[in-house]
Ligand binder design. Structure first.
Ligand code: CS2
Length: 461
């Protein structure tokens, strides 16, 4: 099963699974995919027998390919009980998920399941579950009762320790149930379910109508569920499975005991730079990531953030060479055929910057160093938040962020106001004078001198 049947899942997890079947000859697998908030993808895939095209873009792109590893597309919104039934079925042995950061419903202040979230509360109260964690917990509860055997839950979202986190959230869900229900679930979980950590990587923009037209011209068929992706793809998985699984290693997935290091490197080098380019691009009128990285000053800012701020604060996994990885990442961003938008990468900033940027800020501040470049990215995010009308700010915390904004747009007012947002900055970071000064300097520059100011400061400052 796969929860969160977006473009990423189709271009990554479904492709790895199909490649594993082709390479190993063990073709006894199929993915029941579940759409979460909107049923669009289920409606697109259903009438085409769940077949869809992957169109690679950029140098080294393979020809168009039709992928057949998804065998069923379920609307979680309309058929929540079909989701729990599938999780409980003995024929299901792995549940993968890509539901994005906000899909986990984490309370930013406690780091665990948000029991004040209305949908989480409804799932705990016994409504047909709508949240990913509710679907997993209720599905596992049903599976335990049906004695359908062990299962593995594989989070594939960009979150550090994504498997450990998912386990904690499912446990927190069980703990919120009345003891007569929650206790047996908790002990069954312990004995029967594993949650390996993973690192996933492939840039997959949202498919546009232009992409569908281009696929149609080449394929000779209209494919409403086609996806566009860069040629590169990677999957590092902790070898901790409680059940059978496809032979993903035959498709190039790497089984590792050091997934945490891979995940930290990817989040804090690749995703952090992606966010930096998105917010710098949004502030200066670049629509795509490839346009933003073509601006020399932004390329320099990204490289310097990776080399000066990030590399000294992380431990790289064996087999990953830091500077080569950074160069490869910048090359991938520059892929002009991908059309990855700054708006898409810049969405949900409140859920992303803590993991991508603030851990680096903290690492540097703790070591007595100035996180100059990571602060630029955070200031550019602040500028995006403050200069975008609430209705247009694509972020689950848009209302909370805008509620604290001052009447004036001055750096000296906006920066402290946003630093006061405890859902994002902890006390220590919010009251660090040096960090606040760095943010105010960059914010003022972006706000009053725009691209020219940034070019001068980054290139000559
Ligand atoms: C991006 C990621 O949208 C975003 O926030 O940074 O989706 C990125 O494209 C992937 O993590 C690449 O593996």
């Amino acid at each position: 099963m796969h929860l969160g049947l977006g473009a990423f899942a189709r271009a990554h997890t479904a492709v790895f699974t199909e490649n594993a079947m082709l390479a190993s000859g063990d073709s006894n697998w199929g993915i029941a995919g579940v759409t979460q908030r909107s049923d669009t993808v289920a409606r697109q895939l259903g009438p085409q027998d769940c077949l869809f095209t992957v169109s690679e873009r950029g140098s080294g792109a393979a020809p168009l390919r039709v992928v057949s590893s998804i065998t069923e597309a379920i609307s979680g919104l309309h058929h929540p009980l079909a989701v729990t039934d599938r999780i409980a079925a003995s024929s299901t042995s792995v549940v993968t998920l890509t539901v994005t950061e906000k899909g986990y419903r984490i309370d930013p202040r406690t780091g665990t399941l948000s029991l004040s979230d209305e949908q989480v509360r409804a799932d705990v109260a016994g409504q047909p579950p709508r949240t990913a964690i509710g679907q997993i917990a209720r599905g596992l509860q049903q599976r335990a009762r049906a004695e359908a055997g062990p299962l593995t839950v594989v989070s594939c979202d960009n979150l550090p320790g994504n498997g450990d986190l998912t386990r904690e959230l499912v446990r927190a869900f069980a703990a919120a149930l009345p003891a007569a229900e929650g206790d047996p679930l908790a002990s069954w979980l312990k004995a029967n379910v594993s949650f390996p950590n993973t690192m996933v990587d492939r840039m997959v923009p949202a498919t546009t109508n232009g992409d569908l037209d281009a696929v149609e011209r080449e394929l000779g068929l209209r494919d409403e569920a086609a996806v566009v992706a860069e040629p590169f793809m990677q999957w590092v998985i902790e070898d901790n499975f409680a059940s059978r699984r496809p032979r993903w290693e035959d498709a190039g997935a790497v089984f590792s005991t050091d997934v945490a290091a891979w995940e930290a490197a990817k989040l804090r080098l690749l995703n952090a730079s992606h966010s930096m380019l998105a917010y710098l691009g949004l502030a200066t009128g670049n629509t795509t990531i490839s346009d933003a990285v073509r601006e020399d000053a932004f390329l320099t800012a990204c490289s310097r953030m990776m080399v000066e701020d990030v590399l000294p604060t992380i431990s790289l996994p064996a087999g990953l060479e830091g500077e080569a990885y950074c160069a490869q990442v910048l090359g991938r961003f520059a892929n002009p055929a991908l059309g990855h938008t700054t708006a898409k990468v810049g969405s949900d900033g409140s859920q992303k910057i803590g993991l991508r940027l603030l851990r680096t800020v903290k690492g540097n501040l703790d070591a007595g160093r100035e996180p100059r470049w990571a602060a630029l990215a955070v200031a550019a995010w602040m500028h995006h938040v403050a200069s975008t009308p609430t209705a247009e700010l694509n972020d689950p915390l848009a209302a909370e962020l805008h509620a604290v904004l001052p009447a004036t747009g001055n750096a000296a007012d906006v920066v402290p106001a946003l630093l006061g947002c405890r859902s994002i900055f902890d006390d220590e970071m919010a009251t660090h004078r040096g960090f606040a000064d760095l943010l105010m300097d960059w914010y003022r520059l972006i706000d009053t001198h725009g691209l020219e100011g940034l070019r001068n400061e980054i290139n000559h400052g």
